[in-house]
Design a protein around this ligand. Structure first.
Ligand code: 5AD
Ligand code: SF4
Length: 442
């Protein structure tokens, strides 16, 4: 009998990769994917708990499935990811129509768990951290649609314990994959038509940093760069304190490495950075930015910033604005601080009003939007290299791809250019993308 699953993914790219593995595993036990819960025998949410909003969304979403389950009691509903890891069995108590809770390190057990629920209708929760290695090296045959760009996990977890962050609590301690496994996976992807990979980890540049049994992250980049047929290479997310000289130097000679780095600063105030337990000062950070620009003058940076951390004063916030101006980020992901259980910051005195936090957030957003617009505008009239990723959804003969700076570029061209790097002259700069004209087909 053909069974169907419906999967929704929240949160970061790690969850996107985990969801690919979930899909492959479920296909392995006879499930095929459908795009609505109404058609499914199994509904799964892969969840995120990094901020309060993401977490609340999960409970809201689960509520949507209750009427379906009332009508069809045989429907299996499961939750995985960071909220599942954090809440564990409690979720089964809170949500009586939920069947299955599985943690971030138990994905490989999913087929067995689902079959158990199918057979004896017994609810199950598993969230232990015992299978770290098995889980990390779980790369079942993927049956994904052919795509030009893919994510490849190189490490997982985090040992940093930034005081606001739940990740170390729900993703566990850092563990790096063997470079041999990674290279084999990238080679396999390239053989299937992938042209760009993004090496992924919560703290990607601490890859093997505490373990010299295997190669360094910079050496890994060199090896991936040398793979024939691969055109582009990216990595995310980097921690400023682990940005080594050896890694900075990669932005010069490695021709496939894109000229973009996501380097979260979080705050421009040394006092707040200390309270955040970030392990660097503003000066340390600026020195690394200067070194990056020396090695690769065209490099563009993006960042993450938290506004309204406990005790943030106007002076601290002004320092963040100053830093944003000084670095000139091409984009910034800005977040309102949200207290997370078990974290050190959740115990700190947080006496700012939400109105004040929101005002600061709006000021930062305005500055960043102006900065971003000004930088993207400099692309107008330029001829840029674009890796073509696909045909536009509008189906009007438009293709889309990305520049080295990860900016979406739309232009007219024939579908056989997908997977190739072409030159596009930028005609118009929109808020979130560029429109251009093809200069040379290949
Ligand atoms: N509140 C607000 N933002 C947070 N982030 C992580 N934890 C929190 C929190 N408790 C942000 C950080 C991080 C990004 C992924 O999410 O900026 O870099
Ligand atoms: Fe969270 Fe800090 Fe680890 Fe990033 S480095 S995942 S912000 S604890």
């Amino acid at each position: 009998m053909n069974k169907a699953f419906y999967l929704e993914t929240f949160g970061c790219q790690m969850n996107v990769v985990d969801s690919e593995q979930i899909m492959a595993l479920l296909q392995g036990i006879g499930y095929s994917q459908v795009d609505s819960a109404e058609q499914a025998d199994l509904v799964l949410l892969n969840t995120c708990s990094v901020r309060d909003k993401a977490e609340r969304k999960v409970y809201g979403h689960l509520g949507r499935f209750k009427p379906i389950k009332d009508q069809r009691p045989g429907l299996i509903i499961g939750v995985g990811g960071c909220v599942a890891q954090q809440e564990g069995e409690k979720m089964l108590e809170k949500v009586p129509y939920l069947d299955l809770v599985f943690g971030t390190h138990n994905i490989h057990r999913l087929p067995q768990l689902v079959q158990q629920v199918e057979q004896n209708r017994q609810r199950a929760s598993i969230t232990n951290f015992q299978d770290r290695e098995t889980r990390l090296n779980l790369f079942p045959e993927r049956t994904f649609q052919e795509t030009v760009t893919r994510f490849v996990t190189v490490m997982q977890g985090c040992d940093n314990f930034c005081s606001y962050c739940i990740v170390p609590h729900v993703r566990g301690r850092e563990i790096s994959r063997s470079s041999h496994e990674i290279i084999t996976e990238v080679r396999g992807l390239v053989a299937q038509g992938v042209r760009e990979v993004t090496l992924l980890g919560q703290n990607v540049n601490s890859y093997n940093l505490k373990d010299d049994k295997d190669i360094s992250f910079a050496q890994l980049l060199q090896q991936v760069n040398a793979i024939d047929g691969l055109q582009r290479l990216r990595f995310a997310t980097s921690h400023p304190k682990d940005l080594t000289e050896e890694l900075i130097d990669c932005f010069g000679p490695l021709e496939k490495l894109c000229k973009h780095i996501h380097l979260p600063i979080q705050s421009g105030s040394d006092r707040i950075l200390k309270l955040m337990n970030r392990g660097y000062t503003v000066n340390d950070y600026l020195k690394k930015v200067a070194d990056l620009k020396k090695v690769c003058p065209e490099i563009r940076l993006t960042t993450d910033i938290i506004v309204g951390f406990p005790g943030e004063t106007e002076e601290d916030f002004q320092a963040t604005l100053d830093l944003v101006e000084q670095v000139g980020y091409v984009d910034a992901f800005t977040f309102l601080y949200s207290p997370r259980v078990e974290t050190a910051a959740a115990k700190m005195l947080d006496d700012q009003s939400s109105v004040q936090k929101q005002q600061r957030f709006d000021r930062l957003l305005k500055l960043q939007q102006e900065t971003s617009a000004a930088i993207w505008q400099t692309d107008a009239g330029q001829e840029l290299s674009v890796l073509v990723e696909g045909e536009s959804r509008q189906g009007d003969g438009q293709l889309f791809g990305r520049s080295t700076w990860n900016r979406i570029v739309n232009f007219r061209g024939s579908a056989d250019l997908v997977g190739h790097t072409v030159t596009v002259k930028i005609a118009k700069v929109l808020r979130n993308s560029h429109i251009g004209e093809l200069v040379e087909p290949r």
